[in-house]
Design a protein. Structure first.
Length: 234
């Protein structure tokens, strides 16, 4: 809540709104978390915007290192590549809801937001057999009406501790950025897609992940899904 505390009475309405919408620790518009407890040397890798044509390569890397992850998928992508999200779930990874069509939720109606979440939720549940418990807002943007939409679907919002910026950085820079910022309970945000675009180029992410997992293991971290990470008694 640092943004609010620093702003105090001087925090103007527009600054407070910007924090409420985009601040990773803000829960003003909907309940969310951005990290797990610090007492375990655990970390959660999360991948947004899949499934994509590149996801199977990522699954191979995670399988090689026996590493669980959490995938925040878009309903439209699941409709395009249902077998990929099914394999992801069958491999033991957690599947979260990342909306149907990946819109920024600013200035959207309550009905629009509710529909984006519920359409994705139904498609994911029908495809994998399990309804997600976690939601990540596209672009990290929360808006009025999201709280109610999450509540109806029993979804907890998940932001991130470390943003990989893997949509524009090289594998070297993604890996060094994450290694520098990783700490106990961190939730790492990476991407195996680009919104709902087809054939996204995710080669830098794949290279970074293949280097990061052994490097983080050698520093004593174990990998957990977000739901495992958030459990205080694990
Ligand atoms: Zn996204």
């Amino acid at each position: 809540m640092r943004g609010v505390a620093l702003g105090g009475a001087a925090c103007g309405a527009s600054a407070l709104l910007a924090y409420a919408v985009r601040g990773r620790s803000s829960t003003l518009l909907a309940p969310s978390v951005y990290r797990g407890p610090r007492h375990r040397r655990s970390i959660a890798l999360t991948f947004d915007d899949g499934p994509s044509e590149g996801t199977n390569q990522l699954l191979d890397i995670l399988d090689r290192f026996n590493t669980p992850a959490t995938f925040f998928v878009c309903g439209m992508n699941v409709q395009r590549l249902p077998a990929v999200v099914r394999s992801t779930a069958e491999a033991g990874h957690e599947i979260g809801n990342h909306s149907y069509s990946h819109p920024a939720l600013y200035f959207r109606s309550q009905a629009f937001i509710a529909n984006e979440l519920s359409a994705a939720q139904s498609i994911i549940a029908d495809t994998t057999g399990t309804a997600p418990r976690l939601f990540r807002a596209p672009f990290g943007v929360r808006w009025f009406g999201l709280r109610e939409a999450q509540r109806r679907l029993n979804l907890l919002g998940v932001m991130w501790t470390v943003l990989g910026r893997d949509w524009k950085l090289s594998a070297d820079r993604i890996a060094s950025r994450i290694l520098r910022q990783a700490d106990n309970g961190a939730i790492i945000c990476l991407h195996d897609g680009r919104g709902v675009g087809r054939n996204p180029q995710i080669g830098e992410t794949l290279d970074a992940v293949a280097r990061l997992i052994p490097a983080l293991k050698s520093r004593g971290f174990t990998f957990e899904t977000v739901t495992q990470l958030l459990c205080p008694i694990n």
